[in-house]
Design a protein around this ligand. Sequence first.
Ligand code: PGA
Length: 249
Amino acid sequence: MRIPLIAGNWKMYKTIAETEQFFREFLPLVADSTHCEIAIAPPFTAITKAVKAARGSRVAISGQDVYWEKQGAFTGQVAAPMLAEAGCRFTIIGHSERRQYFAETDDTVNKKIRAALAAGLESIVCIGELLEQREAGQTEAVLRRQVDGGMAGLTAEQLTRIIIAYEPVWAIGTGRTATPDMAEEAHRFIRALAATRFGKEAAAGLRILYGGSVKPDNIKGLMAQPDIDGGLVGGASLDPRGFATIVNF
Ligand code: PGA
C-alpha cells in the first residue's frame, strides 16, 4: 500500500513572517487529513520557523535542494546533515528549475541523493521532459536517462527512501497540466522501469508524485489514476486554503 504524499514546493516565496501566517491558517484545515502525508518545502531561511510551526501536526518539512558535501568551502550551499538538524524529513532534488538555471545534471542528482540518504533524509527526485522532447517522441528516453543517471548504483533498500516526482517541464507554472491519462502513462512507464532496475517489489512500493500546475480543481482526477501517488505542488501551495483543498482531494 502506497500512502499518498502531497508536497508543496514554495520555491523562492515567503518570508519567515509569511511562513508563520501560512501555518496558522493551514494546520487547522488539515488536522484530520489522515488519508495522506503532507510536506512543505519552504526557502532555507524559513525552514526553522516552519519546523517549529508544524511541530505536533502531520506536516513534514522539506528542503528544496541540498549539496552533496557534508561541509566545506562551498559558498551558498547547504549540506544534508544541516537540513536534517533543522528538522527536515525530505529534500527535493533535481527540480527542473535547478536543472535549467543552476546546471543540475543527473550526475549531481545522484551525488545529492547519496548525501541525503547518508543524512537520513528522504529524497523527492524530480524528472520530466521538455516540450520539444515530448513533441519529438523522446519522453520515455528522457525519463529513462534521468532515472538511470540519477539513481545509478542505488539499491532496492535505498529506493524505499526515495520518491520520484514526474514533472513535465512544459506543465510547470504554465497552467497547462498533463491530463490524468498522460500523467498515468508516464507514471506507469517509470514504475515499470524501476521494476527492471530495482525489482518488482521495490517498484510496487515506490511513490511517484505528479507535478506541474496541480490545482484544487484537477487534483482529484490525477489522484484517481492507479500509478499517481500524490502531487508536488508549486504555485498552488502558497495559499493555505487552496493547498488544503488539494491535500483533502
Ligand atoms: P507548479 O510547480 O505547481 O507551479 O506548476 C510545480 C513544481 O515546480 O514543483
